[in-house]
Design a protein around this ligand. Structure first.
Ligand SMILES: C[C@](O)(CO)[C@H](O)COP(=O)(O)OP(=O)(O)OC[C@H]1O[C@@H](n2ccc(N)nc2=O)[C@H](O)[C@@H]1O
Ligand SMILES: Nc1ncnc2c1ncn2[C@@H]1O[C@H](COP(=O)(O)OP(=O)(O)OP(=O)(O)O)[C@@H](O)[C@H]1O
Length: 299
């Protein structure tokens, strides 16, 4: 049996990074995560087999070592070893990468979340929601969100995921500037900024409640762009000008919100109408030839 599945990515429509607690490996965060219909593709062939087998290939063989899709399989068989009465499969997965990494869209995390959900479905749902959540937390901090559906507020180290009621229908324009961002380095820059200027120096300048209300009422937050939705926007350094210029184009096209996703480099605009998102994508593409743009529905 062959299945072709589109994975999802996410936007951090609002993101506050907290100072790292003493001895902690990761930073705590508070964020509004929105799933978007933009991602990679998993082409999955399954056949019944005496013993479980998993084989991964990709159009990006450089990403095969430590791949999140392989980690999803490893974690699944670890938590759910073969059992009498449950079918076992040989599963061959081709990961067709379409979304570049180091863009803050969490494509690698989305691939893993989709793989986990599919493995559970193929095996007759042996894991309940709580068990899937626990496995997702072990693989990576954005992955618990990807085993949920719809918008969520995510707290802690990605492990506290609170689903929200859906917003009215929304479409986004995602622009990928020429630069890419190494997530570890971006967190280090935030540490330095917090140490120099205080923990709140990099906080978003608007509250999460205001962002939620703007999306609910479809009312643009501001046309001027004098706001910060994401802590990482404060430490973009030499890439700040490129970010601000793309964001101002997205706002000028009528975005309800526009900002940086994750640690960057993706810049998003969120629109009530798909036509406005498409106009924004064209505008960015014409004016910033090095940028790539995508238009996608928010799920
Ligand atoms: C920026 C976000 O996309 C917001 O959703 C995520 O926090 C990124 O999380 P992620 O994809 O799990 O990040 P990874 O690429 O696995 O992490 C790279 C490095 O970033 C740092 N890191 C990551 C997540 C976190 N909550 N605190 C951190 O300090 C750690 O040094 C980690 O080794
Ligand atoms: N399936 C995968 N797809 C992409 N990258 C993967 C995958 N598995 C592991 N990786 C590793 O994870 C890193 C982060 O990839 P991802 O696509 O999630 O980027 P990102 O959106 O910038 O993530 P983040 O949200 O961490 O900033 C890559 O640099 C790569 O080394």
């Amino acid at each position: 049996m062959r299945l072709t599945i589109e994975t999802r990515t996410k936007l951090n429509a609002w993101l506050r990074v907290l100072p790292k607690e003493k001895g902690a490996a990761l930073h705590g965060l508070e964020s509004l995560f929105l799933p978007i219909a933009l991602g990679d593709r998993l082409i999955v062939d399954t056949s019944l087999s005496e013993t479980p087998r998993f084989l991964l290939s990709s159009n990006r063989p450089d990403l095969i070592p430590s791949n999140t899709v392989q980690e999803a399989w490893n974690a699944f068989v670890d938590s759910c070893p073969p059992a009498r009465g449950r079918p076992s499969f040989q599963i061959t997965v081709h990961l067709d990468k379409r979304i570049p990494e180091q863009t803050g869209l969490g494509a690698g995390s989305g691939d893993a979340g989709t793989m986990l959900l599919l493995l559970n479905q193929l095996h007759g749902f042996p894991l309940n929601r709580g068990q899937l959540h626990a496995i997702a937390c072990r693989i990576g901090s954005d992955i618990p969100f990807f085993v949920q559906s719809g918008p969520c507020i995510v707290r802690g180290m990605g492990d506290r995921v609170e689903p929200l009621p859906s917003f009215p229908h929304l479409t986004c324009c995602v622009a990928l500037p020429e630069f890419r961002v190494d997530t570890r380095h971006a967190y280090e820059l935030l540490d330095n900024a917090m140490a120099d200027n205080g923990a709140s120096a990099v906080d978003p300048s608007v509250s999460l409640d205001i962002v939620l209300e703007a999306l609910q009422k479809l009312e643009p937050l501001s046309r001027s762009g004098s706001f910060r939705l994401n802590s990482f926007e404060a430490t973009l350094g030499e890439n700040t000008a490129s970010f601000l210029s793309i964001r101002s184009m997205l706002l000028a096209s009528g975005a309800i919100l526009a900002g940086l996703s994750g640690s960057g480099s993706a810049v998003f605009g969120i629109y009530a109408e798909r036509a406005a998102a498409e106009t924004a994508a064209l505008d960015v593409q014409q004016r910033v030839s090095a940028a790539r743009t995508f238009v996608a529905e928010i799920l």
